[in-house]
Design a binder for this molecule. Structure first.
Ligand SMILES: Nc1nc2c(c(=O)[nH]1)N[C@H]1C(S)=C(S)[C@@H](COP(=O)(O)O)O[C@H]1N2
Ligand SMILES: [Mo]
Length: 370
């Protein structure tokens, strides 16, 4: 055989330097290399980025957060004023509602996310409830609209003409939640100032909800007297909820349980007759993950995986499974299934009412045993 055409040997494991995967250059959309999962926190430079418009350049010296609408005392807070309020730090997992979209057949519209539109960071900031208490809510306040400084033209129909700002709302009970459920107005990420791509100087972090709720480059909080139905929760990031079998356009909110396999990676070549450490992470909405099961035979049988570390609210839990790989070369399909403490589990089939979002059915991960 001509040596020029020899297949190079695979790189020795552990020598590959993880990097984000470019999904879209402008606006910036970057996927985290999920197969490199190693540790509870995702380093800032490997954290996925989901942006609808260009990253705004905000000068922290002139930046202000305005709190207006159904409040007793409208506020304009500088970054220094916010940072002077009592701060909390918590690990929270963010997952884009479109994570895993590349697995949909036929292909769905939108960014073709693989496994890595999910990441975990330690966020530092002020609870939104503290800022709302400072402003004082008026009787009749219903919804809290969070608005970002970024703006541009919408993509999905129906869409308004011209430019719009990114904005999402939280019902009052979610905005006012306390302790582990607190919505954070975060200005630090993994101990560093928030990077520009992740919302510098201030972003919301809404634990347990899909990432679209965690508004970046936050500049305005409008308290309103009726449910907000803005573009990013009626046209985009919404689904068809069945009420008496009538489909009703409803904002996507809480995450559902999901276990994701980091290794083996999709179409990885796995040695036969060996012990292979299958591992990954599992997360969900309000309820903690109770168990993760793994199938190595395409879903015919499942066995319990081992949950690692401790259960932390709104943070993914890592898990592992000791796979005795088959003695003969063959192709295998791995499936992971998470169940939360409320007994909610992952379905085997896709529910089309979610459109191109909330891809929570068990994903087949095909590998080659050689
Ligand atoms: N202002 C603003 N906030 C935003 C977005 C955006 O485009 N603009 N994208 C949202 C979506 S869809 C997700 S999944 C998360 C992603 O946060 P990250 O880029 O820090 O990972 O930010 C959310 N907040
Ligand atoms: Mo998202």
């Amino acid at each position: 055989m001509d040596d020029a055409f020899a297949v190079p040997p695979p790189a020795p494991p552990g020598n590959d330097v993880p990097a984000v995967i470019l999904r879209e250059k402008e606006p910036e959309n970057l996927e985290s290399p999920f197969s490199s999962l190693d540790g509870l926190l995702t380093p800032n430079e490997l954290f996925y980025v989901r942006s609808h418009f260009a990253t705004p350049a905000l000068d922290p010296a002139h930046w202000e957060l305005a709190v207006t609408g159904m409040v007793e005392r409208p506020l304009r807070l500088s970054l220094d004023q916010l940072m002077a309020l009592p701060a909390v730090t918590r690990p929270v997992t963010l997952e884009c509602a479109g994570n895993n979209r590349i697995f949909l057949v036929p292909q769905a519209q939108g960014a073709q996310w693989g496994l890595g539109a999910v990441s975990t960071a330690q966020w530092t900031g002020v609870p939104l409830s503290a800022v709302l208490r400072q402003a004082g809510l008026k009787l009749g306040a219903v919804d809290v609209v969070l608005q970002g400084a970024d703006e541009g033209e919408a993509r999905e129909k129906p869409k308004p003409p011209g430019k719009l700002h990114y904005a999402r709302s939280l019902p009052l009970h979610r905005a006012l939640a306390e302790d582990a459920d607190s919505v954070l107005l975060a200005y630090r990420m993994n101990g560093q100032p928030l990077p520009p791509s992740h919302g510098f100087p201030l972003r919301a972090v809404v634990p347990g909800w899909y990432g679209m709720a965690s508004v970046k480059w936050l500049t305005h909080i409008h308290v309103v007297d009726r449910p907000f139905t803005g573009y990013f929760q009626s046209s985009d990031y919404a689904y068809w909820q069945r009420l008496n079998d009538l489909p009703v356009r409803t904002p996507i909110t809480e995450m559902f349980p999901k276990a994701s396999i980091a290794r083996p990676a999709v179409l990885e070549v796995v040695p036969r007759s060996t012990h292979y450490r299958v591992h990954g992470a599992a997360w969900g909405g309000d309820a903690p993950i109770a168990k993760v099961e793994l199938s190595t035979d395409g879903g015919q049988t499942f066995s319990a995986a081992t949950l690692l570390g401790e259960a932390l609210p709104h943070c993914w839990r890592r898990w592992e499974f000791d796979w005795s790989t088959p003695p003969q070369p063959q192709d295998c399909t791995l499936l992971a299934r998470a169940t939360d403490t409320q007994g909610r589990s992952q379905p085997s089939q896709r529910d089309g009412d979610w459109g191109s979002y909330v891809i929570v059915h068990m994903l087949p991960i095909d590998v080659h045993v050689r």
